[in-house]
Design a protein around this ligand. Sequence first.
Ligand SMILES: NC(=O)c1ccc[n+]([C@@H]2O[C@H](COP(=O)([O-])OP(=O)(O)OC[C@H]3O[C@@H](n4cnc5c(N)ncnc54)[C@H](OP(=O)(O)O)[C@@H]3O)[C@@H](O)[C@H]2O)c1
Length: 314
Amino acid sequence: MTNTTLTTSIPPSREEAIELTRNFLPTMSTTPTFGITGATGQLGRKVIASLSGRVAQQQIAAIVRDPAKATDLGVAARQGDYADRQGLEKAFAGLDSLLLISSSSLGTRQAEHENVIRAAQRAGVRRIVYTSLLHADRWGIAFAEDHLATERWLQSSGLDFTILRNGWYWENHTAGLAQALEHGGLVGGAGEARISWASRQDYANAAVAVLTQPDHAGKTYELAGDTAHSLQELAAETARQSGREFGYRNLQEAEHAAFLASVGLPPPLAAVLAEIDCRGIAKGVLAGQDRTLSALIGRPTTSLPTAVAAALNQ
Ligand SMILES: NC(=O)c1ccc[n+]([C@@H]2O[C@H](COP(=O)([O-])OP(=O)(O)OC[C@H]3O[C@@H](n4cnc5c(N)ncnc54)[C@H](OP(=O)(O)O)[C@@H]3O)[C@@H](O)[C@H]2O)c1
């Protein structure tokens, strides 16, 4: 493969892409060079699948807390719990780049993320890419503070870092659409705020782009869908596609927390989710300002009609 191949406009085959990556990425050993945490989660699985199309599977290590859940990933799994700094250090041995997918444990994740960063430093990892939160500095609630603290640790870590401030997944709202149709509508607390949703696959592709391309060190990217919509618009599109009556009902924070608890969420989690909607999203912090996400992935982000159709036709 020669350099001139890079100038062709024909997309390379998977084999050619792997060969190109072998030739142009700085780290060419046969040991894993990319570590993906949270690899058995919904975002992590998509990252592993996309990255496997870009680099040799032998160059990828899935960092997982339960290797039994990782047998179908197609890459080597290493056990690493965010709560166990020493275990993480072992799991990170030999890695060049690490994608830190933020923990889903809302109460403990600041300490967990610090463990990951300190372990990576000790293991000699060169670079961390971190999945943060869109406009993390504008939310003003504890949910966002976890991400800001992690960003600060990264910035002072001495490691190369890239911060991916991910916006909302479509799936947060569309995964329950079919069920919501049975109840006639969506319920939430974000009012008429605009949200620039994108799909998990969009964010996974962005992470893979940043992991496999040069020139992203030291950057913080606000990642969001190309077009912002309200929850009312999501409900209207659902009504249009389903041919059924479907609306959006907005609740005040206490009412919203009580509703979420009434459908089975533990009350502390219900309270946090209501706060996220009513004191965060309602302020408009999930509306994107630019098209950095689509620029990174080289295509438009997943649109409202596509997201609704995917949810209704599952
Ligand atoms: N932008 C958004 O709209 C949005 C929405 C929801 C969540 N998030 C954030 O983005 C992250 C990824 O999203 P997702 O949809 O992939 O969430 P997810 O499916 O819940 O995956 C979370 C991953 O974190 C792993 N994890 C949790 N605690 C851990 C620990 N102590 N040690 C090691 N791994 C641990 C889980 O491991 P197991 O597989 O073993 O459970 C799982 O792989 C979430 O964790 C959350 O921080 C963002």
